[in-house]
Design a protein around this ligand. Structure first.
Ligand code: ZN
Length: 460
């Protein structure tokens, strides 16, 4: 990178970092978990408020803004031309879950880390992209391609935001999404969600519930069962809720469904306990014996669906939630699969495996996508990353589903560094105590600015 440019970006960061921190604090301060649709708040009042806040920040930075039906918006520099570059972030977040040591909606600083729900996924990066545009406005001269910082508000739950965007907006020439890891994500596994539904009715199980989303390993699960008595077990909270009904709570270690390594499913702990102690009816037991195969083997091997294509990491499956519905037990599924299997094939195998015990309902899935790391746009991003960080790491593929898949030419690009060792108080995205290093976030912004400057040079 040009030394002058490098110095300009550093000076820009120095000048703006207090304001960046304040804007991150304001945005994290809006609880923006999806809620029931309301008038003018299609994904509930939280995501709407967060989108308003992000667009307000953009306007304060003197960027142009557009709001598309309060579902998704964008800030822009260099006009609104049809041939433009873009970044995309989101301002909705997953539910807070349990185990926080600080208020998740109050951005808290500790040893250089910022702690709060969404600071890494993806409100912090959203603020960084707005400031990257401000830099282009101040230092980019006459831009060859306008640049948009797209701001979604339904990434975590339905991606109906980007669907709305694509209804009226031309696709960007190239888009990167700071909703991922560095250095660059050139492929994403296929994703399909679904449910295992018991054929038997709930008998001994009065109620059961665990987890809050398809795409997160649950850290807590509870069951209410009819029994004369139940054995104690270390780590489980057990109380008699009323005469003959026991309330049992299991605690696990939450985390993202795309990388279940290191997580412990609370649903699995609860199911093991019910099975080992024969606390439920025979039919319920039969269902649980099938359902527990998910938390017991996140590679899908116990379900007969394990798959590995050499391009991606192997298939993963997690159960994010369990609940009772119409007297049936329902356990959710979140599959991330490589190119050598498909949603249709998963459905076929699971139906056989679950025959007589459970119905399998798989939703419409998303196929895997893969981009060649030698394409010019990917190189432009990688050059910026290498020059700013000095790292020689190579693009890689993941199991997560980012926005990149929603555009014809897009990748995931930072800001997480999954290989860096973190203090124990730093939690993961989607987990408790989600935290990101402020200095690293600012460094990521330098990468984004440099990448946009490189992309401006390209012929599209
Ligand atoms: Zn995200």
């Amino acid at each position: 990178m040009d030394e002058t440019l490098s110095r300009q970006i550093d000076a820009f960061i120095e000048e703006n970092k207090d304001r960046i921190l304040w804007d991150m604090t304001r945005l994290v301060g809006v609880p923006s978990v999806e809620g029931p649709a309301e008038e003018d708040a299609p994904f509930g009042p939280g995501p709407r408020k967060a989108l308003d806040m992000a667009l307000t920040i953009a306007r304060e930075l003197e960027l142009g803004t557009e709001d598309l039906d309060h579902k998704i918006g964008y800030a822009y520099v260099g006009g609104k031309g049809e041939k433009y570059l873009a970044t995309i972030c989101h301002v909705d977040v997953v539910p807070i879950g349990n185990g926080w040591n600080t208020d998740p909606w109050t951005l808290t600083e500790r040893e250089g880390y910022l702690i709060g729900r969404g600071i890494v996924d993806d409100k912090g990066p959203a603020v960084l992209t707005l400031y990257a545009l401000k830099f282009l406005q101040e230092h980019g001269g006459a831009l060859r391609y306008p640049v948009r910082a797209i701001l979604g508000s339904n990434e975590e739950t339905g991606m109906l935001d980007v669907k709305r965007y694509n209804e009226t907006e031309p696709a960007p020439l190239f888009c990167f999404s700071p909703d991922a890891e560095f250095p660059l994500i050139n492929g994403e596994k296929g994703i399909v969600h679904g449910r295992i539904r018991s054929l038997c009715k709930m008998e001994k199980i009065v109620d059961i519930k665990g987890g809050a989303a398809y795409n997160a390993v649950p850290d807590k699960a509870e069951v209410w069962i009819q029994a004369g008595s139940v054995p104690a077990q270390e780590g489980l909270d057990i109380e008699e809720a009323r005469f003959g009904v026991w309330h049992i709570t299991a605690h696990g270690i939450g985390g993202h469904a795309a990388s279940p390594q290191g997580t412990v499913s609370a649903i699995g702990i609860l199911e093991d306990y019910l099975l080992e102690n024969h606390l439920v009816s025979e039919a319920e037991e039969e269902f649980l014996r099938f359902a527990v195969k998910v938390p017991h083997a996140s590679d899908g091997s116990l379900l007969g669906v394990a798959a590995d294509d050499g391009l991606f990491s192997p298939l993963t499956v997690v159960s994010g939630m369990i609940y009772g519905e119409d007297d049936r037990l329902v356990q959710t599924l979140d599959f991330r699969f490589p190119t050598n299997t498909s949603a249709a094939r998963l459905q076929e195998i699971l139906e056989k495996e679950a025959a007589g015990v459970a119905a399998i309902e798989l939703d419409e899935g998303k196929a895997p996508f893969y981009k060649d790391p030698n394409e010019k746009e990917l190189k432009a991003c990688m050059d910026a990353f290498r020059e700013v960080t000095g790292s020689e790491k190579k693009p890689f593929t993941i199991g997560g589903g980012t926005y990149a898949r929603s555009f014809p030419n897009a990748v995931g690009f930072g800001p997480e560094h999954l290989d860096r060792v973190r203090p124990a108080f730093v939690g993961p995205i989607h987990g408790a105590n989600e935290a990101g290093h402020f200095g690293e976030l600012l460094e990521a912004m330098k990468v984004y600015i440099a990448a946009l400057m490189n992309l401006e040079e390209l012929e599209f």
